[in-house]
Design a protein around this ligand. Structure first.
Ligand code: SAM
Length: 248
């Protein structure tokens, strides 16, 4: 997967995206992250990339031309128009299923807005997906782009050393993951659940499934409506269409 991040602040990406699991994935050639500095494409002699909003109001608006030319430089390099994500609080909220969907692409472009946002006309021209990372307003799209790249990359085969860990995490089947424990067996007067040391994999699986359902019911009752539960599980854990969406 090749990521192209159109940004005014490429230095923000440097440290974060090239370390840890993503850094290793880059070394293995599974992903490639390229920050494209929008300012390099301005035709303004003072290197300006923003201007006052037509109609008045606070703040500045990122202009269409430098963004479009930065985007064209990417499309010329790869030879086609790839899916292009505009990070915006106005988009549908990013989800694990969207991460999986985007992980199937060969190239992805991310456009990071700043200030009051971006001239609408260039968005109409290049954006295929509008995505928000939550109902709050940030100063720029760089952090959201990094959040998305992290989540998408984990879904690319080979990025996680243990493939299974990407498949059995929170939001799979619309359930949260069960609680995790490690050594020592007793810490601060609290013991880890005995069953996890029993060596009985079937019983451990049943216990984890139960914990997942209870945890989802407690913290994310809204997810339960969509969860993959058997009829028996629905009855045992008191889950029905009415209870989903209500706190317990
Ligand atoms: N004026 C815009 C509005 O009210 O919708 C908000 C602009 S915001 C201050 C600047 C930039 O940050 C946006 O263009 C977008 O790229 C990014 N941004 C802010 N909040 C975001 C969020 N929740 N999800 C994704 N991107 C966000």
């Amino acid at each position: 997967m090749n990521y192209y991040i159109l940004t005014l602040f490429p230095e923000m990406m440097e440290q974060t995206l090239h370390t840890s699991i993503l850094g290793k994935a880059e070394e293995k050639g599974l992903i490639k992250i390229q920050a494209v500095n929008i300012r390099d494409y301005t035709k303004d002699r003072h290197q300006k990339t923003d201007d006052y909003p037509y109609g008045g109001g606070a703040g500045m608006v990122m202009q269409a031309q430098p963004i479009y030319d930065a985007y064209l430089a990417v499309t010329e390099e790869i030879g086609y128009r790839p899916r292009t994500v505009y990070l915006t609080p106005q988009g549908p909220t990013f989800t694990q299923s969207k991460a999986k969907e985007l992980a199937a692409e060969k190239d992805l472009v991310f456009l990071c807005g700043h200030y009051e946002g971006v001239d609408e006309r260039v968005l109409e021209e290049i954006v295929t997906d509008y995505v928000s990372i939550g109902d709050y307003v940030l100063t720029g799209g760089e952090l959201p782009a990094m959040v998305m790249i992290d989540a998408v990359s984990r879904m690319i085969p080979g990025v996680l050393t243990n493939e299974a860990s990407g498949m059995a995490e929170s939001f799979e089947g619309n359930l949260l993951e069960y609680p995790q424990y490690s050594r020592p067996f007793e810490w601060n007067g609290k013991k880890a659940p005995e069953i996890l040391l029993s060596g009985d994999h079937r019983k451990i699986e049943i216990w984890r499934r139960e914990q997942s359902i209870l945890r989802t019911k407690k913290y994310r009752p809204d997810l339960l409506q969509k969860a993959d539960l058997t009829i028996k599980e629905k009855a045992v854990y008191g889950v029905n269409d009415e209870s989903a969406g209500r706190s317990v």
